[in-house]
Design a protein around this ligand. Structure first.
Ligand code: ZN
Ligand code: ZN
Length: 296
C-alpha cells in the first residue's frame, strides 16, 4: 500500500497540508482501528483529522467482498470511539471530526436521508460507487466486459449522478470526483474529448458549487490502477475555472496512508491557483485552511 518511500512522495514525513478529511477504519474494510488511524494521522503532523467511515447501504447493494453487515454492527462503536478521540484530541491541540462517507445511490435518497437524520456527523462525504446495484469500483473484470460505448455510458451516468447527488442536499463533500476512471483511464480520457462530456461535467461541477459543497482532491487515485490523482487535471481545470472549493483527502484504509502524498496534492492544487483547502462547518460556511507547497 505504501509507495511513499519508494516514490519519493514523502507520505511518511510531516505533511505540508494539515487537514485530511477522508479516513476509514476496521469498522469497514480498513485494516486499523480508530485509535491506530488517529495516531498515524497525528504522526504526519495533521492538525485536523476527519474520519469518514462508510455508511451502511440498502439491501441489494453489495460488493463481491462485502462488509455491509460489519458496518451496520460497528456503527455505534465508530461513533463513540471517534467522539472519545475528539475529546482527547482537543486536549492535545488536534481537531478530530466525526464524518461519514455515505453512498449516493440514485433512487435511494430516502434511505440515505433516513440514515443521516438525527445523527450527529460533523460532515458527510458523498461517494458515488454504485450504478444501480453495480459497485463499479471493485473489479476490473467488470469493465473488461464492457464495450467502449458502454464505458462511455457509465462515465456519463457518473456525472449525471453527481449532479443529482449535489441537488439532494445531503452531502458536504464530493468524494474522489472521477472514481469512474479507476480501471479504464485511457477510455475515460477519450470520453472527456467527446462532445457529450463537457456539458455533463460542467453541469455536475456547477451543481457542486451551487450546493455549497467541496470537491475532494484525493491521493487515493495514485494507489489505484488509474495511477492519477482524483480528479485528473482536465477536471481540476474546470473546477478552478468555476471557482469550486476543495478539500484534501487520502481515503486512507491503513496506517500508512493518512496524508498520503499530500506534498504532491498541494503542488497539484497550487498549479491550478489554489492556496487553501476548506473544512465544512455544519450550518455555516466552510472554513479556509491555507496550505503550503513546501514541506515544513
Ligand atoms: Zn469512496
Ligand atoms: Zn473512502
Amino acid at each position: 500500500m505504501n509507495r511513499g518511500t519508494v516514490s519519493g512522495r514523502g507520505d511518511l514525513n510531516i505533511s505540508p497540508v494539515v487537514v485530511d478529511l477522508h479516513m476509514h477504519t476496521s469498522h469497514s474494510h480498513g485494516t486499523a482501528d480508530v485509535e491506530s488511524m488517529y495516531q498515524a494521522a497525528r504522526s504526519r503532523g495533521l492538525a485536523v483529522i476527519g474520519f469518514s467511515e462508510h455508511s451502511p447501504r440498502p439491501d441489494g447493494f453489495v460488493y463481491p467482498s462485502d462488509y455491509r453487515e460489519k458496518l451496520a454492527r460497528g456503527l455505534p462503536d465508530y461513533l463513540r470511539e471517534v467522539r472519545e478521540i475528539a475529546r482527547r484530541g482537543a486536549a492535545q491541540g488536534v481537531e478530530v471530526l466525526l464524518g461519514i462517507e455515505a453512498d449516493y445511490i440514485r433512487g435511494r435518497e430516502a434511505y440515505t436521508r433516513d440514515f443521516l437524520d438525527g445523527r450527529d456527523f460533523d460532515y458527510v462525504v458523498g461517494g458515488l460507487h454504485f450504478q444501480g446495484a453495480w459497485g463499479f469500483d471493485a473489479d476490473k473484470a467488470d469493465w473488461e466486459r464492457l464495450s467502449r460505448q458502454e464505458r462511455f455510458s457509465a462515465y456519463a451516468r457518473y456525472y449525471d449522478d453527481m449532479t443529482a447527488m449535489c441537488e439532494s442536499g445531503l452531502f458536504h463533500i464530493v468524494a474522489h470526483p472521477d472514481l469512474v476512471k479507476i480501471f479504464t483511464i485511457e477510455d475515460f480520457n477519450l470520453w472527456l474529448d467527446t462532445a457529450d462530456a463537457a456539458p455533463l461535467l460542467r453541469r455536475a461541477l456547477t451543481a457542486v458549487r451551487d450546493a455549497g459543497m467541496l470537491l475532494e482532491v484525493s491521493s487515493a487515485g495514485l494507489r489505484k490502477p488509474c495511477r492519477e490523482i482524483y480528479p485528473g487535471p482536465r477536471i481540476m481545470a474546470v473546477a478552478a475555472e468555476l471557482g469550486l472549493r476543495i478539500a484534501f483527502a487520502s481515503d486512507a484504509h491503513c496506517v500508512d496512508t493518512p496524508a498520503f502524498a499530500f506534498a504532491e496534492l498541494a503542488r497539484y492544487a497550487a498549479s491550478f491557483g489554489y492556496t487553501y483547502s476548506c473544512i465544512p462547518i455544519r450550518g455555516g460556511d466552510a472554513r479556509r485552511m491555507p496550505f503550503s507547497v513546501h514541506a515544513p
